[in-house]
Design a protein around this ligand. Sequence first.
Ligand SMILES: [Zn+2]
Ligand SMILES: [Zn+2]
Length: 241
Amino acid sequence: MLKQKIYTIPINEAFDSDFACPFCHISEKLDKEEVEYTLGAAMMEPDFRIITNEKGFCKQHMPKLIGEAKALPLSLVMQSQSEHWNRRLAKYDSWEKKKPFRKSTLKETAKKCSDSVQGFLSSCAICEKINRTMDVFFDNTIYLWKTEPSFKEKFHKKQFCLEHFAKLVDSGIDNLGEKDFEEFYTKLYKSQMSLLDSLYEDISEFTKMFDHRNSGKKPTPKVQSALKRIIHIYSGFKQSD
Ligand SMILES: [Zn+2]
Ligand SMILES: [Zn+2]
């Protein structure tokens, strides 16, 4: 039995939709919810404030928080973060005061200061929360694959961006026995490779359209959309239509 919450409904919804990668669809929805939550309900949650103070927000999430147009909640979050970090960083000047007894050199103390700042800059409270939830989604998907034949059929008709393909492989390794994993991985790998091969063919056709010998020729819709589709599969970035 699964210990975590079962996300059967949103997983089935994502697999029933015609999105290119069902997990990109799920993660986009989670992203929107978490950004709203950060400047909404989370304002009343001291536990979440401790996490946002410690981890801050990445460059991808900061513009989304700004986009919520909630200047007061965002100011309060930033004020609290600034109070926390100003206090944390203040301890790196104690080197001067401890001069007669100091054990570490100034460079060692300065390195701790820069490590601390860089650790903060490379973390994001929202990314980390979404990643944890996504891990549960992947494990639940493998559980559905194993227990529901109709889902298994649906699963193998879908293709995934590279990031989510790799996450599925890892979740399969962790949650399936040898025999199930062989079936799961063989089918998933075959379908993923056929997607990558067809994207290569389409992007190659698309680049040929720039050749003057092809001027006047109209690309098929599949070739026309090749650049957008290959960017999504390789980077996870989805451009709007
Ligand atoms: Zn994806
Ligand atoms: Zn982030």
